[in-house]
Design a protein around this ligand. Structure first.
Ligand SMILES: NC(=O)C1=CN([C@@H]2O[C@H](COP(=O)(O)OP(=O)(O)OC[C@H]3O[C@@H](n4cnc5c(N)ncnc54)[C@H](O)[C@@H]3O)[C@@H](O)[C@H]2O)C=CC1
Ligand SMILES: CC(=O)C(=O)O
Length: 305
């Protein structure tokens, strides 16, 4: 996409939306960023503040309404209720379905070439619902999925093995939720199997998996919400789309192999998902993947024929 292309962030008066915009204005490929929220006073203030942060990189930041946002090249949805301490992401589904439905109605007619990036929770379920309501091709609608969890995992492994996070290829898979799991069998560092590193011999994989999945709960318990981490994930994915980068990220995308939306590595380009990668999973991981897919499908079915 050309510099100056339009990115709409819906829900950007809130923690996550504003953090996505803040991360995005710190990237060097200038876009026309439209901030949309039902809280018009707050979003106006956020847009003015974030425009002040954008002068070194040349992004344009302004408020817009849903109709204008519907014509954007990239539409990022962060609007919705967030978890209270101890609350599961699933508990947000009914409330956030209503919000998503009203937003997608307000966006109409949606630019047929738009890419939609879903971030509101439960993200894997809402991504499938967003695709169904917009009628856009499945490749053009994807969610941030387990990218944040995979980043959390890389942080842990980087400290353990003393290599940089970006040199670690290890994905959290399945669901950005409680059924997530780590694809240990496909994990590599510099082409070497993760299990071959001596530091891996003494660690408790089940505990790491559990701690990664618990991270959001711990942050919410301590400060009420999580937003900087996902803000960076939103900007990374937006940049992959805007610059047609063909980056591989674990995101929530439609997989023909699994027959539905699920979090797995995919190639991200200006049209959204260029290709879904199918990892070689071992038997235990395959069972976990099937379980995650069934959970996501089961919840999606309540809202999609
Ligand atoms: N996928 C991920 O990795 C993550 C997802 N999240 C999710 O992101 C969502 C937002 O979280 P926060 O920003 O912390 O919440 P927040 O309460 O700070 O912000 C939500 C914003 O949505 C707006 N909003 C509500 N209904 C709207 C509508 N119909 N149209 C436009 N705007 C509307 C609100 O006015 C508010 O500004 C939650 O669902 C949360 O669970 C949060 C962190 C990570
Ligand atoms: C809130 C949330 O989904 C997270 O930080 O993982």
């Amino acid at each position: 996409m050309a510099p100056g292309c339009k990115v709409a962030v819906i829900g950007s008066a809130g923690n996550v939306g504003a953090s996505v915009v803040f991360s995005l204005v710190n990237t060097t490929y200038p876009a026309d960023i439209m901030m949309v929220d039902v809280n018009q006073r707050l979003v106006r203030g956020q847009a003015m503040d974030l425009a002040d942060a954008a002068w070194p990189t040349g992004h344009r930041v302004r408020t817009a309404n849903l109709k204008e946002a519907g014509q954007a090249d990239l539409i990022i949805i962060t609007a919705g209720a967030r978890q209270q301490p101890g609350e599961l992401r699933d508990g947000l589904l009914d409330r956030n379905y209503e919000i998503l439905h009203s937003i997608l109605s307000g966006l109409k007619p949606v630019n047929p070439n738009a890419v939609v990036l879903m971030i509101s929770n439960p993200v894997d379920v809402l991504t499938g619902i967003a695709q169904n309501i917009t009628g856009l091709p499945k490749s053009q609608v994807f969610g941030s999925g387990t990218l944040l969890d995979s980043g959390r995992l890389r942080n842990y492994l980087a400290k353990l093995i003393n290599v940089r996070q970006t040199s670690i290829h290890c994905h959290v898979l399945g669901e950005h939720g409680d059924s997530q799991f780590v694809g240990w069998s496909s994990a590599r560092i510099g082409g070497v199997k993760l299990d071959q590193f001596p530091e891996m011999q003494t660690i408790d994989k089940a505990k790491i998996e559990h701690d990664i999945a618990r991270t959001a709960y711990d942050i919410i318990e301590a400060k009420g919400a999580t937003y900087y981490g996902v803000g960076v994930c939103g900007a990374i994915l937006a940049t992959s789309v805007l610059q047609n980068q063909h980056d591989i990220r674990s995101v929530c995308c439609h997989s023909t192999k699994w027959g539905g939306y699920v979090s797995t590595p995919a190639v991200i380009c200006s049209r959204g998902i260029d290709r879904v990668l199918e990892l070689d999973l071992d038997n235990e991981e395959t069972e976990k993947m099937e379980h995650a897919v069934e959970r996501i499908k089961g919840q999606t079915k309540r809202f999609v024929e």
